[in-house]
Write a protein that binds this ligand. Structure first.
Ligand code: NAP
Length: 348
């Protein structure tokens, strides 16, 4: 049997592609990822990065807070009947992902809980090999394996994930635990200065901890951070331990000077790591074009096509710039439509 559409990955882009492909009667098959200790460590378990976060406040259609009050105050009474009565508190990352998966299942999407570990795009139909050893043939493939945020790799950092440690200020920065409190951002690139700037809207003070004496960020963005009175750059320093306790989560960090090894402690309720992302593309192993940072290259403007006709990419695996759930869902939709048109054009 040859599959019409195989989707590799199960974040917002993968499920959105599955919803569109299944509604187009393409009977898609999703490889949602394997549940292995290796994937747990790497943050690449099924349902993607959103499943590793808590509240989601920026996905349209899921306002946070008491939804009952929101619906009563903002939606005409006659339209209230269409609103889900059970939704009271917005949505959490894992809930949103389960809802997307269920939405795809409702239209008949088939799911295999396994990784694709090898691809052969030189043959038609394409050949995909799973971790289990099973081989699947497919006319089109949508790569939606996302990217993983890089962490420092400290045990203490791991212990406080979602309890003050985050790799996404835009996702988590406005949460109550970070408001009117000092927070730390690690990194010196555009992400770090952008996150520091964003967090300065909520925090009393943002300590930007960078391991060198010069920011990597673009001049204009670096200057914005340096001019922001709420941002203090702690130069030539690296974090050696995230401090905290079971009750309150993160309380600060232990920093070490990269010049003379001096150790200092700083107090903070938030510890944001912004040291880059790694796209989940090693399994592609040269089968299609990736850029110098490892992201799949989109070969046509406003399309999800890749260097191999019939293979499409969606979400963070091809986007190191926006990296939002909503933009990933958007390109997931595009990839399904692109695959559908490719199949039709090739009489498949
Ligand atoms: P990046 O440019 O690779 O910067 C990563 C930063 O993290 C560097 O400053 C690096 O330090 C530091 N770092 C890496 N590993 C570390 C470690 N183990 N310990 C401490 N620090 C570490 O990554 P990015 O900032 O995520 O940006 C990625 C891409 O997206 C860039 O091309 C960027 O221009 C783009 N971007 C653009 C915007 C925008 O224009 N609005 C916003 C965000 C991102 P060193 O400098 O010492 O190497």
């Amino acid at each position: 049997m040859v599959e019409h559409v195989v989707i590799i990955g199960s974040g917002p882009s993968g499920w959105t592609a599955a919803i569109y492909a299944s509604r187009a009667s393409l009977n898609p098959l999703v490889f949602e990822g394997a549940i292995t200790e290796e994937n747990r460590q790497a943050g690449t378990l099924p349902l993607g990065q959103l499943a590793l976060t808590t509240e989601v406040e920026n996905y349209p259609g899921f306002p946070a807070g008491d939804l009952e009050v929101y619906l009563d105050s903002s939606i005409e009474k006659s339209r209230r009947q269409y609103m889900a009565p059970h939704m009271k508190e917005g949505v959490s990352g894992p809930e949103l992902m389960e809802l997307m998966k269920q939405q795809a299942l409702n239209f008949g999407t088939r799911v295999i809980t396994d990784d694709i570990v090898e691809v052969d795009f030189d043959v038609r139909p394409f050949k995909l090999t799973a971790l289990s050893g099973e081989v699947t043939a497919a006319h089109t493939v949508i790569i939606a394996t996302g990217a993983s945020a890089n962490y420092l790799g400290l045990e203490s950092e791991h212990n406080f994930k979602n309890r003050g440690v985050s790799a996404c200020a835009v996702c988590d920065g406005a949460l109550p635990r970070f408001r009117d409190q000092p927070v730390i951002v690690i990194g010196g690139g555009d992400s770090a200065v952008e996150e520091a700037d964003y967090l300065s809207k909520f925090a009393t003070k943002v300590m930007l901890v960078h391991r060198r004496d010069e920011l990597r960020a673009s001049k204009i963005m670096a200057q914005r951070a340096l001019d922001n009175p709420k941002i203090e750059v702690i130069w030539n320093s690296q974090c050696i331990e995230v401090l905290g306790n079971d009750e309150t989560g993160v309380t600060g960090a232990k920093l070490q000077s990269t010049l003379d090894d001096t150790i200092t402690e700083v107090a903070a309720t938030g510890f944001f790591v912004a040291i880059g992302h790694t796209p989940n593309t090693p399994f592609l192993d040269g089968a299609l074009d990736i850029n110098e940072k490892g992201y799949v290259t989109w070969t046509e403007s406003h399309r999800t096509s890749t260097s191999v006709p019939g293979v499409f990419a969606a979400g963070d695996v091809a986007d190191d710039y926006y990296r939002q759930a909503v933009t990933a869902a958007g390109t997931g939709c595009s990839a399904a439509l692109d695959a559908e048109r490719y199949l039709a054009a090739n009489g498949l």
